[in-house]
Ligand binder design. Structure first.
Ligand code: SF4
Ligand code: SF4
Length: 317
């Protein structure tokens, strides 16, 4: 069954698929997460401090959960906004990944259900669930456990030979599947992501692990934070108006990145054509036309407007 699930996942457009045995996360991961929350490093993302027991044990999310199937879908765009124009993070170039990845995971689930029926083990109500950034689950931890990559010093999942431009999606199931072997980190002595971080949100610990202070991260500040962006941070934001890809662009594993075959994740001509003056005169109507069905809707018009005004103001100085 495991190989059938993985080959169906590939057929559905997932670049990688692996299986982990469901259980409690390890003690080190739990302690580090608890310390991070206790230090309020999650900023306004208050949801990250909720449901900690479920976050540390996915079996509490799905009754009798035995296995976690982890999938990764490539979103690396075929064409990019010119470097000297204002930047949007690659993941937000196209349509909202939540919808697309979830649709594919439901197709994978349907395939699994049919296999189960053939084997006389039909799924019972509520014994399987699909998650795409939609529940308290440590996705990158489980992706590493499922053997599809490792969590790099930039705190993103790195898939060997492919890089990190991937959306993760999970299926929690009561099926007791053969788990894959976890992958060790292959960051080695590299710390290019730390060096590339414009605001010091990523810092190197003495043991060569890294610490992430979300409150300094441009991605958090331009998308999640509702307050004005401080002048100290805006002076370091460069030309980023939505998200930040610097710790991924610096990663040597991303030299293996190839453009996604999912047309929905590519940028529209209209987005690629946007210039500073277009951003500055962006109306709510033009915003809707440009970002309808896009992940940029998370920041809403007012959020994007604030980012545009912040960068425009700083560039004037
Ligand atoms: S997304 Fe940008 S600001 Fe955030 S940690 Fe990475 S490089 Fe630093
Ligand atoms: S830049 Fe280097 S240290 Fe950072 S995630 Fe990539 S390989 Fe690891």
């Amino acid at each position: 069954m495991e190989s059938s699930i993985k080959s169906k996942a590939r057929e559905l457009g997932f670049a990688a698929c692996g299986i982990a045995k469901a259980g409690l996360v390890d003690e080190g991961t739990r302690t580090a997460y608890e310390r991070w929350i206790a230090g309020n490093h999650q900023g306004d993302m208050e949801y990250l401090s909720r449901h900690l027991e479920k976050r540390f044990d996915p079996r509490l999310l799905v009754p009798n959960c035995q296995s976690i199937i982890v999938t990764a879908m490539n979103y690396f765009p075929d064409r990019q906004i010119p470097n000297d124009e204002w930047q949007i993070a690659y993941y937000a170039y196209g349509k909202d990944y939540h919808t697309i990845v979830k649709q594919r995971l439901f197709q994978l689930l349907e395939f699994m259900d049919n296999l189960r029926k053939e084997q006389g083990n039909p799924a019972s109500e509520g014994c399987q669930r699909v998650f795409v950034d939609s529940a308290p689950v440590l996705e990158r931890y489980w992706a590493q456990r499922a053997g599809i990559g490792w969590e790099g010093r930039n705190h993103l999942l790195i898939i060997p030979g492919m890089g990190s431009w991937f959306f993760l999606g999970l299926i929690l199931t009561d099926l007791a599947l053969q788990p894959d072997k976890p992958l060790p980190s292959r960051c080695g002595t590299c710390h290019r992501c730390v060096d590339a971080c414009p605001t010091g949100a990523l810092s190197l610990n003495e043991d060569s692990s890294t610490f992430m202070d979300a409150r300094k991260c441009v991605s958090y500040l331009t998308i999640e934070q509702k307050k004005p962006i401080s002048s100290d941070i805006s002076s370091k934001m460069g030309n980023r108006i939505y998200g930040c890809d610097s710790c991924q662009k610096a990663c040597p594993w991303n030299r293996f990145a190839t453009p996604t075959t999912e047309a929905a994740f590519h940028a529209s001509e209209a987005l690629l054509d946007m210039r500073r003056e277009d951003w500055q005169t962006l109306t709510p109507e033009a915003y809707e036309a440009l970002f309808g069905g896009s992940a940029v809707k998370r920041a809403k018009y007012d959020g994007l407007r604030r980012n545009i005004d912040t960068i425009a103001e700083r560039e004037k100085q």
